[in-house]
Ligand binder design. Structure first.
Ligand code: MIG
Length: 691
């Protein structure tokens, strides 16, 4: 059951696809208080209560003990002290002695989540503008709360099947030849690859929708050439449009008045990669329609994938902000300044990016009226992605585009995926990747993944390897790095063969992972879950932060420490350890419920399969279309007959018929031997452990 309570004048954020009636009377669970425009919702916390949710955020799966803030931010260093990342996913799930319940705060402005920070026995959620709908979700388990929530926010975006193949990216590939070299690097060594990305340098002077003719003389011929090799390209698109008279996007947007304006009616100008830029008012349907159409030439040149960036929106500085800093400098110039003056001076320059002053400087038009950006900030990236999805579908009707965005809001999960943004080549960020994976599943962003190997800072060979071993399971599997950092393509490393074998496992499991993704999306389920969701009565499982359930049958537990040759794993029930070295080479070790040290050499990584279940595996392939779905090996540990359903389809049509795509694989045990059957498939059941 979900109940809705309105405060002030809520905006229609588009998060929900179902209109719920507004309830009167007091909001259950919370004490509501007001101060000026702010509305706060507080609830006492019992010693053992846990809080899940918030999607993209730092720290634990259990969010208790920190203060978070919904304020979409371009943040290139996801350290523990951060309150905000790129997306706002305002769902909280409470679980404790009094059962489970959830709350969703549908508010496009700033919301703070003080979850046992100010007082360790209290959670206080504050809407800074006080215009919001609060949804209270009552149910009988965490999984049930998520299911109900997901039903009202609508089904998630699904990628084309090839979008789950390996993506190689780097900020620093500039020309078509750079990309050809990356493709060659993979294909020559038979390292799997489906997509290469084009970062900002492909553009002509960082102008959206252009590509530099010197770098890409014939984009259409280039995409054809790569497609013949089963490779797609994925260009980036930035939110800010270069202020550049003569540029068709700039000119058309100015003429139609589609860019955000200041109070004085002048177009707001902020500097991003193109230098001075203007910001489309994506909150208007006509602007989205227009911007979506702008992708057409590039899509007609054979581009089938897009990633949207800088759409929080990120603003390095505004004309006004820069002027204020100069003024500060002028006021101090030549004087004998004190240290505090010096700090102020420094802050005037370093604090110029993504400043509140700038976000308050411009307006959107909503219902014909100007609305200050601050009030609706968290919708900006989501609405850009909505525009992109529309534009891509218009060019290839009936097909799923590959699309992910950096900034997001709930609702955008219906239009595209998200990547986890600018992480670092830090071991701790493997774990952050894992945690966000589950938290993003709660809020509908099933198609997500982090920059494998790390975006910022120089990576190390072992970090890339261990991170890829987690990436095998993440729906987006992309290796990406920042400009100026050490090369981290698999083929660059001494140990490339081991990494290639890890990627082979991804392709061998691809049918299974795709099936789990689609099933979760279509049934309001979570492909990845904290153990607390499945083993609510098991105290150890509930507090486990470094393992996740995968689908119905499996559990993952990555190695995330340098020089480790294994890790501690808690098994909440009997499970089969599959210790992978490659898609052909792995150990099967039945293990009992409880605590274990699992030895994992550098080339080894685990997948655990619940006793009584089996999962299907194909042969490794070099690209998704090369995966042979007709020959499968089943892995598992069973005592008696069992069955699994595997979903498959053409991998690109945008109408998903779950029932039509399911094949049942039945496994029969007789005289200590397993045999398996499924229509249209040759099945090998010899890797099933009986007992
Ligand atoms: O200010 O396009 O998160 O993936 O490589 C940096 C360059 C802009 C940020 C993205 C990152 C991308 C980079 N971009």
């Amino acid at each position: 059951m979900i109940l809705r309570y309105d405060f002030g004048h809520p905006y229609d954020t588009g998060a929900l696809v179902e209109q719920l009636p507004v309830s009167d009377g007091p909001v259950p669970h919370f004490t509501v208080s007001r101060k000026d425009a702010q509305v706060s919702f507080s609830v006492p916390l019992g010693e053992e209560d846990m809080i899940f949710g918030l999607g993209q955020a730092v720290r634990g799966l259990n969010k208790r003990g920190h203060r978070y803030r919904a304020w979409n931010s371009d943040d290139f260093s996801h350290t523990e002290d951060k309150a905000s990342l790129y997306g706002s996913h305002n769902l909280l799930l409470f679980t404790g002695r009094d059962g489970v319940w959830g709350a969703y705060f549908d508010d496009p402005g700033a919301v703070t989540f003080d979850l046992g920070y100010t007082r360790s026995d209290e959670a206080v959620i504050t809407s800074e503008n006080g215009d919001l709908s609060v949804y209270i979700i009552e149910g009988d388990s965490l999984t049930d709360l998520v299911k109900q929530f997901r039903r009202v926010i609508g089904k998630p975006y699904l990628p084309p099947k090839w979008g789950m193949g390996y993506i190689q990216s780097r900020w620093g590939y500039v020309t078509a030849d750079d990309l050809r070299e990356v493709v060659r690097g993979h294909r020559e060594k038979h390292i799997p690859l489906d997509t290469v990305s084009m970062d900002i340098d492909y553009m002509d002077d960082f102008r959206d929708f252009t590509w530099d003719a010197k770098k890409f003389p014939d984009l259409k011929a280039f995409t054809d050439e790569l497609r013949a090799d089963h490779i797609r390209v994925m260009p980036i698109m930035d939110a800010g449009v270069k202020l550049h008279p003569g540029d068709s996007t700039f000119d058309a947007g100015m003429e139609k008045g589609y860019f955000c304006k200041k109070a004085d009616g002048e177009t707001f100008v902020g500097a991003v990669w193109p230098g001075k830029a203007v910001f489309p008012d994506f909150l208007r349907e006509e602007v989205r329609q227009w911007f979506g159409d702008c992708y057409r030439p590039m899509l007609e040149a054979g581009v089938e994938a897009i990633w949207n960036d800088m759409n929080e929106p990120a603003i390095f500085y505004s004309v006004e902000g820069l002027q204020a800093a100069y003024d500060k400098a002028d006021s101090l110039r030549g004087g004998n300044i004190g240290v505090y003056d010096y700090f102020d001076l420094k802050d005037a320059f370093t604090g110029m990016s993504n400043s509140m002053a700038d976000y308050r400087r411009f307006y959107h038009i909503i219902g014909g009226k100007p609305v200050n950006h601050e009030k609706v900030h968290n919708l900006y990236g989501a609405m850009m992605t909505k525009a992109t999805a529309q534009g891509m579908k218009a060019v290839r009707p009936g097909k799923r585009p590959l699309l992910f965005s950096r900034s997001s809001f709930i609702g955008a999960h219906r239009d595209g995926g998200i990547w986890q943004g600018d992480n670092f080549a830090w071991w701790s960020h493997i774990l952050l990747n894992l945690k966000e994976l589950a938290s993003l599943n709660m809020v509908g962003f099933l198609f997500n993944g982090a920059d494998l190997g790390g975006f910022g800072a120089n990576t190390t060979e072992d970090l890339v390897l261990r991170w890829l071993q987690l990436g095998v399971f993440t729906p987006i599997m992309r290796n990406h790095a920042a400009m100026g950092t050490r090369d981290q393509e698999v083929y660059r490393f001494r140990n490339w063969e081991t990494m290639r074998d890890v990627l082979g496992v991804r392709y061998a499991l691809l049918l299974y992972l795709y099936s789990e993704l689609v099933k979760a999306a279509e049934t309001d389920g979570m492909m990845f879950r904290p153990l607390a969701f499945d083993y609510a009565d098991d105290e150890v499982a509930c507090r486990t932060e470094d393992q996740l359930m995968l689908g119905d049958a499996a559990m993952i537990a990555p190695v995330y420490e340098q020089n480790a040759r294994g890790r501690h794993v808690y098994l909440p029930e009997d499970m089969l350890l599959v210790r992978f070295r490659s898609a052909e080479d792995y150990d099967l070790v039945p293990m009992e419920k409880g605590h274990h040290w699992v030895t994992l050499q550098m080339s080894e990584f685990p997948l655990f399969i619940r006793r009584g279940h089996v999962i299907p595996m194909a042969k490794a392939a070099e690209y998704v279309a090369g995966v042979d779905a007709s020959r499968l090996t089943l892995l598992g540990w069973i005592e008696s007959d069992t069955a699994i359903t595997l979903y498959d389809d053409d991998g690109e049509s945008d109408t998903i018929d779950l029932a039509a795509g399911l094949t049942e694989i039945t496994v029969t045990v007789k005289d200590g031997q397993a045999t398996a059957e499924a229509e249209g498939k040759t099945l090998d059941a010899t890797r099933i452990v009986i007992g």
